[in-house]
Design a protein around this ligand. Sequence first.
Ligand code: PLP
Length: 271
Amino acid sequence: MLVNGIATDLLSAFDRGLHYGDGLFETLAVIDGIPCLWERHMRRLCLGCDRLGIHRPDTRLLRHEAERETGEMPRGVLKIILTRGSGGRGYRPPNPQQACRVLHAFSWPDYPADWAHRGVQLRVCDSRLGLNPTLAGIKHLGRLEQVLARSEWDEPAIAEGLMLDTEGRVVEGTMTNLFLRKGDRLYTPELGACGTAGVVRELVMDLAEDAGLTLSVTHLFLRDVFKADAAFLTNSVIGFWPVKRLEDRDLEVPAVPPAFSESLLAKVYSE
Ligand SMILES: Cc1ncc(COP(=O)(O)O)c(C=O)c1O
């Protein structure tokens, strides 16, 4: 683990990330020592900094530290945390600020191998996402909603939980973005009020049209999910999981033409 470039796992107990969730993070796949989708992750991190008024990091320094931390790792996960640092009076941010960066490499999670091909089971969570357009889309450190949602189930067969907002709109999974397919149309929830705008979601949006899939970013409700032909989940580590079952409803697998998911995955695990 690197904290501000120093190999240590010690961080000031005054750090605002700990006190207020005052910061951002990124979780990246690492293949053969290369942090995947680097530019997209850095764009979202910088967007988050602008929203929160945290100084943008030196992304070349971050890249250098990322490579130091991951070494020659054949396959792993890199988490980058950027907080506003320590100080300030209560909630009031310090001036000047001294942002704090933490980089930590993890081993690849041991999800069952067939989830990526045969699909996963998805449940609907009771915990709801609150609405806050200022925080919507960015990957801020305040993740209590996801922590509560993920503590709702223990069944190992259930891979992910679907989260709704307080108005009953479907937003995303606890750690993934959601896409639905009906015929050759793809739908993904609009994230103007809450949710995380995933970098793989962005990639799907970039690739869909060329694959003959018409994409709509729109408000979706549970009835839309239950009426879909197919659904899939995305994030930077899993890449793409088709959903084979939502509660007691079976969905089509493969969720999209295999050529589309294969070209998506090839891009997810590249620079
Ligand atoms: C709540 C949530 N939504 C969506 C995503 C997917 O984001 P990305 O594609 O950037 O990994 C994540 C990733 O961890 C997440 O935690």
